[in-house]
Design a protein around this ligand. Structure first.
Ligand code: AMP
Length: 406
């Protein structure tokens, strides 16, 4: 057997000694499935579509090849990474910095909501990798503070989400300015028709890797629903938090106002509660995220757009205080827990008239979610007459208790 065929783990993926050292220093021992599949293809320079959710190690999957492919620093950006939210941009920046250990590559994060001066100074000093939200990237292009003339690699991270938020025109404007030839890597939890259209238009014979089918992170999440009357949700939440004592928990609400109100009310009863949503100034969002990351804030009330990008390993619980309108958001929300194969619990509150959205979620994930009764909070769900319910089919499935309800 030749020496190379005996290589295992990250060493078998074609990474340099420097990058392997950085991977080791980051504490990564084995590549995750998306990393094992994505890295060698990206290193060959192909356009790549990776269908993978957050929590599967997808950031390192594109960051490691990017770092390998950087040319001698000239100060002009060689790679542009676009992501939907500021939090995700910050997380990507942090991950790239970690993996860039020992290299001269400079990274700059650009996003709205903070004074532009810091970003201007970083761009002026010279950077090789720019990570940004599409809106702020356009801003910099128009101010001529960001030049795309030497971009060789473009990453579209969470492409489905960027399109959902309405970034398509911005993304297309940016992509039209990137000189040819260049490599495009697209990562997305779902390949919707919109994502497909974007790929068809802007990618060259992409290699497609679908790693989401046997996504381990969602499998390791214990999911359940609790039927509860609207006006008793708050009490139920308090009860659950007291009983479950989550190490760290995200509570999802449907609206920003709802998040504000719930966090305020909860903070009167329970310590360590904060909220994060799109209307908060960036400085406040940073502060909250730092507290959550350091676990000084164990309970975070969040909305979908901001909450879905959060990558904090210690999240033991996700509570859907409001059931998500869009079933896709359910998958994104619960994916905040069970990171990298750790166990997590996802609890969804369902009001008696919300059988329909619940069925839509169960159809999407292709299985029924266990329904749990908490003593003192019994309510009865009205099944929708028109949609055949998984619940009907699986009504014989035993309903174990989630928590030792007293
Ligand atoms: P991501 O899916 O990129 O958001 O990554 C989820 C988390 O897994 C991040 O905290 C990464 O730092 C971590 N991670 C990425 N790759 C590995 C790996 N191979 N082994 C252990 N942890 C990893």
């Amino acid at each position: 057997m030749s020496e190379t065929s005996e290589l295992r783990g990250f060493a078998a993926l074609g990474l340099s000694r420097e990058r392997l050292a950085a991977v080791k220093a980051a504490g990564y021992i084995e590549p995750s499935p998306i990393q094992a599949a994505f890295i060698p293809v990206a290193l060959e320079g192909h356009d790549v579509i990776g269908q993978a959710k957050t929590g599967t190690g997808k950031t390192a999957a594109f960051s490691l090849p990017l770092l390998e492919m950087m040319e001698e620093p000239t100060g002009s950006p060689q790679a542009l990474v676009l992501a939907p939210t500021r939090e995700l941009v910050q997380q990507i920046e942090a991950e790239i910095r970690k993996l860039a250990r020992g290299s001269r590559t400079r990274i700059c994060a650009i996003y709205g909501g903070e004074p532009i001066q810091r970003q201007l100074r970083a761009l002026e000093r010279g950077v090789e990798i720019v990570v940004g939200t599409p809106g702020r990237v356009i801003d910099h292009i128009e101010r001529r503070t960001l030049r795309l003339g030497e971009i060789w690699h473009v990453v579209l991270d969470e492409a489905d989400r960027m399109l959902d938020i309405g970034f398509r025109p911005d993304i297309e404007r940016i992509l039209r300015r990137v000189p040819d030839p260049h490599q495009t890597m697209l990562l997305s939890a779902t390949i919707s028709p919109d994502v497909r259209k974007l790929a068809d238009r802007y990618m060259y014979r992409p290699v497609e890797l679908n790693l989401s089918r046997d996504e381990p992170s969602v499998e390791s999440i214990r999911q359940c629903t609790i039927t509860v009357d609207q006006d008793r949700k708050f009490e139920l939440l308090v009860r659950l938090l007291e009983q479950e004592k989550p190490r760290q928990c995200i509570v999802f609400t449907r609206t920003k106002k709802g998040a504000e109100r719930l966090a305020e009310r909860l903070a009167r009863t329970i310590a360590g509660v904060a909220t994060i949503h799109g209307d908060l100034p960036q400085s406040a969002r940073n502060r909250v995220m730092q507290g959550f990351r350091e676990a000084t804030i164990p309970i975070l009330v969040a909305t979908d757009v901001v909450g879905r990008g959060i990558d904090v390993e210690g999240i033991s619980h996700v509570i859907n205080y409001d059931i998500p309108d869009d079933p896709e958001n359910y998958v994104h929300r619960i994916g905040r827990t069970g990171r990298m194969g750790k166990d997590g619990v996802a609890i969804t509150f369902v009001c008696p008239d919300q059988g329909q959205p619940l069925t839509a979620i169960e159809m999407l994930i292709n299985r029924p979610i266990e329904s749990v009764r908490i003593e003192g909070f019994e309510a009865f769900r009205k099944e929708s007459a028109s949609t055949p319910s998984f619940r009907e089919i699986w009504s014989s499935v035993s309903r174990s208790k989630l928590v030792g309800s007293s």
